[in-house]
Design a protein around this ligand. Structure first.
Ligand code: PRX
Length: 647
């Protein structure tokens, strides 16, 4: 081993679901005989019709298609709910912890089946049928899980929109997938503060020419909302009297399960589409192997269901495996900085999965908040969403896990459906900061800018050479964009958009995005989205947005703004523009620094040289490189002078 490494602890090596020898054997089998490997893995699900055709995929333009288990039929909700409700009706499916520590709910698998079926019947009674899109804009409350599973039960396609997105963003997403129904709550509750979800839905619906006919509203806080007669109804009234019997709709493996919007390097967010069979096999397999999940364990994924991590691990992967999943409504530092660890103790959580940004924000409050709690139940820790810096890794390992718990640093994307590169705790020696090795069926390659495959210890762009079952199938409404975005840069391969290094031991180290996507607190943001929000303001002529290093968020948002001739830079205008972006996209897009720039650095052909803007944002002024190709090199000095003032 070339870097500091943590060998697999003896008790893990002895008692692991998958040890080092099994990893090597299974990895080789999945690569050489995918049909046999995935036919076996598919057996983890209950199929209505078992698949006989396993893998049928090609990334080549002339024959581009991705199909897995294509003659199989199943229902995702039956797999995540009914089969466990039949076998262990009283086992707890969801442990819900409210924002207020005095509020909690326990939902057994039998109760979950009843709740999901009632809502499914309600949706049917309102005309929702197989293939219809349902937008879900809910906080982290059990009804979010009921709603997703109710859609899966009747074959409707859910599109969950994170509760932190603005009315404008919500409107775009409802419009893009043409939902006729929205499920929301009166208000969300996070860190003691309310989030006006229903008011946001109203504003979104006022905004655009949308086809929404029904809005179902969960009464969460009891806050005052306006209900529109004939369109809006309370959740409790809707499900009242509905039958708890609702036969799960038989779905083809390739029928859509959900759309989840995510940011790309250009244009509006893309509707990433996942299908039923391959996605659920992938979610279940990775949940079991990566977390070494054993029946009876308490699993807590702290991500919001508005993100893919919440979809795949809080919900689908965990429930497919019959786990007890903890769902937390609040934030890590409310009422105080011990909250996460109090929840771990309260529910005796065995597996905790969270993001480096949360760890960094807690780490700086001091160890005492952690060490005053027991955390004895913890067995395994997981990290997701962004590179974890060694300092945060060590803190997670030594302070949170008392040096006992392996850390699985899982690299994946909304597009990949589930984990792709990750340690298996009983098989893989850990190196802080490395996602380590590919999972079964994942064939990573590093390529240079020309697509040449690089061998050995090297850095390059990360591509995946062949399909895996959890892969997204298309961009909603835009199959051509799907192909162009992911398969045209390096023909025949899926391009991840990430840079990556491979070391002498074959370990992968993700170095971050190589496109115009930034990762703020583990959330993806397209710089183009923030730019178009800024230029929508009447005083803004031009904007360029880049990422900058940020101690807690990983990356922050640095915006350069050129004003129209009739506008003057001022502190008030700076504040106004920051607020404007929050309103246009949502608080997660808030620029950390907004610098007024008399002009942006452009080549003679008019292309903005982002490299220079990035270096200025990073304050690496000695690394600006060659500026002589700029149309006006003097722009750079003005930008450097303006930086002082903005930061
Ligand atoms: O840059 C990578 C980073 O997050 C991107 C995917 O973001 P999203 O689709 O929102 O999914 C986040 C949750 C899976 C990737 O392209 N990323 C994700 N996990 C890691 C990571 N970077 C480094 N290490 C990780 N473990």
């Amino acid at each position: 081993m070339t870097e500091a490494s943590y060998p697999v602890p003896a008790e893990w090596a002895k008692d692991a679901l998958i040890d080092a020898a099994a990893y090597d054997r299974m990895y080789a089998e999945a690569a050489t005989d995918p049909d046999a490997f995935w036919a076996k893995e598919a057996k983890r699900l209950d199929w209505i019709v078992a698949p006989t055709k396993i893998k049928d995929t090609s990334f080549d333009e002339s024959d581009f298609h991705i199909r897995w288990f294509e003659d199989g039929q199943l229902n995702v909700a039956a797999n995540c709910v009914d089969r466990h409700a039949d076998a262990r009706p009283d086992a707890i499916a969801i442990l819900w912890e409210g924002d207020n520590p005095d509020e909690s709910r326990k939902i057994s698998y039998a109760e979950l089946r009843d709740e999901v079926s009632k809502l499914a019947n309600c949706l049917k009674s309102r005309g929702v049928t197989k293939g219809d899109r349902v937008t879900i804009y809910l906080p982290m409350i059990p009804e979010a899980a009921f709603a997703m599973l109710a859609c899966a039960r009747i074959g409707a396609i859910h599109s969950v929109v994170f509760g932190g997105f603005s009315p404008e963003s919500l409107c775009n997403r409802i419009h893009d997938c043409d939902s006729r129904i929205v499920i929301t709550a009166d208000e969300g509750l996070r860190g003691g503060k309310t989030v006006p979800l229903k008011a946001n839905v109203d504003a979104a619906l006022d905004h655009g020419d949308l086809a929404v006919e029904t809005v179902i509203v969960v009464r969460r806080t009891g806050g005052k909302v306006t209900m529109t007669e004939g369109r809006d109804c309370w959740y409790a009234d809707c499900v009242e009297g509905q039958s708890t019997d609702c036969a799960p709709e038989p779905m083809n493996a390739e029928d859509p399960l959900f759309i989840l919007y995510t940011s790309g390097s250009t244009g509006q967010p893309k509707g990433v589409l996942h299908t039923s069979g391959g996605y659920l096999v992938w979610a279940s397999m990775t949940h079991e192997y990566v977390f070494n999940y054993r029946p009876g364990e308490i699993f807590w994924c702290a991500a919001d269901v508005g993100w893919v991590t919440g979809h795949t691990y809080s919900l689908y992967g965990a429930l497919a495996n019959g786990a007890t999943t903890v769902m937390f409504e609040g934030v890590p530092n409310y009422p105080d900085h011990s909250r996460f660890w109090q929840i771990v103790d309260k529910y005796e959580v065995n597996i905790l999965y969270t993001a480096p940004t949360a760890l960094r924000s807690l780490m700086r409050e001091g160890d005492d908040w952690v060490t005053r709690t027991s955390r004895k139940s913890l067995r395994l820790l997981g990290s997701v969403g962004e590179p974890i810096n060694p300092e945060a890794w060590n803190w997670y390992h030594n302070v949170v896990g008392d040096g006992r718990c392996p850390i699985v640093d899982t690299w994946w994307q909304t597009e990949t459906g589930g984990h792709m590169i990750s340690p298996l705790p009983g098989a893989t020696a850990l190196k802080p900061g490395s996602a380590t090795k590919p999972l079964f069926g994942v064939l990573p390659e590093l390529v240079d800018a020309d697509g040449k495959v690089l061998e050995g210890a090297v850095e390059g762009n990360l591509v995946i050479a062949d399909s895996w079952p959890g892969q997204m199938r298309t961009v909603w409404n835009d199959h051509d964009r799907f192909f162009q975005t992911y398969f045209s840069t390096y023909p025949g391969k899926y391009f991840t958009g990430d840079g990556c290094r491979r070391d002498e031991d074959g370990y992968y180290w993700i170095t971050g995005r190589v496109d115009d996507v930034i990762n703020v607190s583990g959330h993806r943001m397209g710089t183009a989205e923030v730019e178009s929000a800024l230029v929508a303001h009447s005083k803004v002529a031009e904007a360029a947005v880049v990422g900058m290093p940020h101690d807690v968020k990983g990356q922050g948002i640095y915006a350069y703004v050129t004003l129209n001739a009739n506008a003057e830079p001022s502190e008030d205008l700076r504040k106004e523009l920051v607020q404007w972006v929050r309103r246009e996209i949502g608080p997660i897009a808030t620029p950390d620094i907004l610098q007024f720039a008399p002009a942006l650095p452009k080549t003679r052909s008019g292309k903005i040289m982002r490299r220079i803007l990035r270096k200025i944002a990073e304050n690496q002024l000695d690394q600006l490189g060659d500026t002589s190709t700029l149309a006006d090199p003097a722009v750079v000095d003005a930008l450097i002078a303006g930086r002082e003032e903005a930061t």
